[in-house]
Design a protein around this ligand. Structure first.
Ligand code: PLP
Length: 491
């Protein structure tokens, strides 16, 4: 940008420019994107959230004794959440999102157990936020395989993985990749026997499962041994991004999540979350939506989501060559190739073909677990209340996409990256060398593979995901870091 921005002094032009930029975004409403966004399909909720955010725009959530609205709204949201999740004595905090809730759950469990470092046991299907938490907090993450058929974790496998220094077990309700519900009751019993914490990550679907019409085994604070639970308000709480709740079964575990110090010449610092100064926008939007919808409103929206989910699962079950993978319970599921079919459909080719029909599904790579068993490549669908409105069009797109993709082999990784994978396998290129390459060289690899952050062509996602599956995960993590940094930064 030049030193004199062309929009300087013209507020209308600034907003006009923003609208222009927004026009290039994927559509956040209308149900054509089955990931990232959680559309209630009710415009009045978005209006309400916007009005609430405007009211608190200048507020600093850092000090609820000064901005007392923050304390009241937080108390109300926690009350609603602990009722929804059957924890009458649970307490907690509103955070900026699921990643922060998960990170604080690990922090709290570590502080509460007085572990210096210690370890956490995490099923492979648990959200990557726990890998991030372990990384940031200097805790060891012990990844345990899930059952490759149901994709839920086996409590006996968790029990075997526990070590002397393990202070926390993580379970998902449901898990993002496949929508499976881990066996919370058995894990709760295990956690109690071993006197360690059990975190239920309900970030994704907590606010959907709480009112899900089909019977589910208990997965929340009804289960003895559950010490904390996270649920994102910016998912099935329909709030704009920036809001999640973390609840703890008891007050001391909640307090262990805080950072407080008076040991400097400034104001006393008492932070329940990772941030210092914090926006009240996510809190106010969530509070407004919860106040407006109440339990009945949530129940209705969840019912619509459940109907759409059931309809779409039936459609997939009826497509020769594809199948719903594992044993999903809530509003998300994954689709894999049906190995029993004589006419298999590759799930990523399918997703690409469904995109041509106007619906964006999310690709997930195949995954080899620590015990050598593997989870197949899948395509993920997150179903929301708005999905019901487009369910017939979507069903048609899923069927037509399968016909278009039928018989096509899985997309190969870009040639340059397939060559690189081979060179790593033969030892011609060392992993250490590769991981210490500077940004410039990493960018060259991307360009050689035809993955150009500044190109005008669309990314070939099946090929990118094939590269993720072919290369060591640490290598693709580094390359995608380079890609995103180039994409979002001035050169
Ligand atoms: C989305 C999600 C998270 C992380 O949440 P963010 O809000 O994206 O930070 C954690 N766990 C599960 C199961 C999720 O789906």
């Amino acid at each position: 940008m030049s030193s004199e921005p062309p929009l300087a002094g013209d507020a209308d032009a600034v907003i006009a420019r923003l609208r222009e930029l927004r026009a290039g975004d994927a559509p956040s409403h209308g149900g054509t994107i089955l990931s990232y966004v959680y559309d209630s399909g009710r415009a009045e909720l978005d209006e309400l959230a916007a009005a609430a955010i405007r009211e608190v725009q200048p507020v600093n959530g850092l000090d609820p004794t000064v901005f007392t609205s923050v304390a009241t709204m937080e108390r109300d949201v926690i009350t609603f959440a602990r009722n929804a999740f059957h924890g009458p004595g649970a307490v907690g905090s509103v955070t900026s999102g699921g990643t922060e809730s998960c990170l604080l759950a690990v922090l709290s469990a570590r502080e509460y157990s007085h572990a210096d470092r210690g370890s956490i046991v995490v099923p492979t299907t648990a959200h990557a936020a726990f890998t991030k938490a372990a990384h940031v907090l200097g805790v060891e993450e012990i990844r345990v395989p899930v059952d490759p058929v149901t994709t839920a974790v086996d409590p006996a496998v968790v029990a075997d993985a526990l070590r002397e220094d393990t202070f926390l077990v993580v379970a998902s309700a449901p898990g993002y990749p496949t929508g499976a519900l881990d066996p919370i009751e058995s894990l709760g019993q295990l956690a109690r026997e071993r006197q360690i914490a059990l975190h239920v990550d309900a970030c994704l679907g907590g606010f959907a499962l709480a009112w899900w019409p089909d019977p589910l085994p208990p997965w929340d604070f009804r289960v003895p041994g559950v010490t904390s639970l996270s649920a994102d308000l910016h998912k099935y709480g329909y709030s704009p991004k920036g809001a999640s709740v973390l609840l703890h079964a008891d007050r001391d575990r909640h307090r262990a999540q805080y950072f407080a110090t008076t040991d400097w010449p400034g104001y006393p610092v008492v932070n329940p979350t990772l941030l210092g100064s914090r926006s009240a926008a996510g809190l106010a939007a969530s509070w407004a939506i919860i106040s407006f919808l109440g339990t009945d409103g949530f129940t209705d929206l969840v019912a619509a989501t459940a109907r759409a989910t059931a309809a779409l699962r039936d459609v997939v079950a009826g497509i020769d060559g594809l199948r719903v993978f594992g044993d999903p319970v809530g509003p998300v599921f994954a689709v894999a190739t049906d190995p029993a079919s004589a006419s298999p459909v590759d799930p990523h080719r399918w997703a690409r073909a469904v995109a041509d029909e106007g619906f964006a599904l999310q690709l997930q790579p195949g995954y080899v677990q620590p015990d050598g068993s593997s989870l197949p490549a899948t395509t993920h669908l997150t179903v929301t209340p708005v999905t019901e409105r487009v369910v017939d069009d979507l069903a048609r797109a899923l069927v037509r996409g399968a016909e278009a993709a039928r018989g096509l082999p899985p997309s190969p990784a870009p040639e340059a990256l397939a060559d690189l994978a081979a060179a790593i396998t033969t030892g011609a290129v060392s992993l250490d060398d590769l991981l210490s390459l500077p940004s410039e060289t990493t960018a060259e690899f991307l360009r050689a593979a035809g993955i150009d952050p500044h190109g005008d062509g669309e990314l070939d996602m099946p090929a990118v995901v094939a590269a993720v599956a072919a290369l060591p995960r640490s290598v693709t993590a580094k390359m995608l870091t380079e890609f995103l940094a180039l994409y979002t930064n001035p050169l």
